[in-house]
Design a protein around this ligand. Structure first.
Ligand code: KG4
Ligand code: ZN
Length: 333
């Protein structure tokens, strides 16, 4: 099965072609991504109207490149339908349906979050050696700019939400924290870089809802704690510009407090009984968190298979949208 996929949920325009020979057998034929980071960076976050305008500009260029390079038949067009920024989604939806109509290829709407969940199946790099009978029950952990969620999966079709954030998403909290520290957008990778230079235990932030007894998350209080701490330090330093070492110490403490919650809740979810853990979303590109998840597995769940996508497939891309169509479709055959 050859799937052409379109991703336009936020500020990345993605077009991919993926060949799927089986549920656990996928090959990326084309993968194009046009990043809009430079356009939105001056605003400190994504401007929906500008994002939609860029998708309109980028989609035909990327689709042409992908189709020309491949040159073969396409069986299916999969496109991100929800959730995301509505103006951006509308552009992708309209483009996919128009292309499908013109080429008489069926089109399928895809849940962007299912895309993140199945991203580690691309090339099967991290999931290689995985046998279908070893997959379920599985836990899905989505940690992106818009979502922080835990899922229970009994099959590729039966996916149940176990818990999610009641306010900010993890990526959003990192982006907002970075902004407080005067770092550019997107903040997650900037905090990661700065945290590497930070000294442990100089600052300690709360890990919200860690002991709430359920699988809900909350990150807005953590962001406020950072804001108050920065304001206090600025007052005592009598300057708005904090020393680089202080900023690095703050970044480390902030990142650690947030990741502690993610690891704690993931552990709680795995304790419900799981054969595998599927991680997805932009924050899964963070090396410290990747290592934290792998060490949780080796310490407490050695029998659980942890599938974390290659870094390029953690953040938004169209390959994962093709997978979110092809995997459930092929598993039904
Ligand atoms: O999945 P994604 O590309 O978009 C959404 O669907 O939201 O995630 C974007 C988020 C941003 O908040 C960004 O700061 C964060 O992922 N992110 C990271 C890293 N790379 C991207 N956070 C921490 N460490 C990273 N290396
Ligand atoms: Zn996403």
């Amino acid at each position: 099965m050859i799937t052409l996929a379109i991703e336009t949920s936020c500020d990345e325009t993605g077009v991919a072609i993926v060949e799927s020979a089986g549920v656990l057998n996928h090959r990326v034929i084309a993968n194009f991504l046009a990043s809009q980071i430079k356009i939105h960076a001056p605003y400190g976050g994504v401007v929906p109207r500008l994002a939609a305008r860029e998708h309109v500009k980028n989609l035909p260029i990327l689709a042409k490149k992908a189709l020309k390079g491949y040159g073969g038949e396409i069986d299916v067009i999969a496109y991100t339908d929800h959730p995301g920024l509505e103006p951006s989604l509308l552009v992708g939806r309209t483009f996919a349906k128009t292309l499908g109509y013109a080429l008489t290829i069926p089109t399928f709407p895809i849940n962007h979050l299912h895309g993140h969940m199945f991203a580690s199946f691309a090339n099967l790099t991290h999931a290689s050696g995985l046998r279908l009978q070893d997959v379920f029950p599985a836990i899905g952990l989505i940690i992106s700019g818009g979502h922080t969620q835990l899922y229970k999966m009994d099959s590729f079709q039966k996916i149940e939400l176990l818990g999610e954030t009641v306010d900010d998403a993890l990526g959003e909290a990192l982006d907002k924290g970075a902004r407080i520290l005067g770092l550019p957008y997107p903040g997650g990778p900037e905090i990661e870089k700065l945290a590497k230079k930070g000294r442990r235990d100089v600052f300690i932030f709360p890990s919200p809802m860690l002991k709430s007894g359920d699988l809900q998350f909350s990150f807005s209080g953590l962001k406020t704690a950072l804001l108050y701490k920065v304001e206090k330090l600025q007052k005592s330093e009598k300057s708005n510009k904090l020393p680089d070492q202080t900023k690095a110490d703050l970044a480390l403490a902030y990142q650690e407090a947030a990741f502690k919650v993610i690891l704690g809740k993931t552990k709680q979810a795995l304790l419900q009984g799981a054969r595998s853990l599927f991680v997805g979303g932009g924050v899964a590109a963070n090396q410290t968190l990747r290592e934290g998840l792998l060490s949780l597995r080796s310490r407490e769940f050695p029998a659980v298979r942890v599938c974390i996508p290659e870094k390029q497939f953690c953040t938004d891309n169209a390959v994962m949208i093709a997978l979110a169509y092809a995997i459930p479709a092929l598993s039904k055959r």
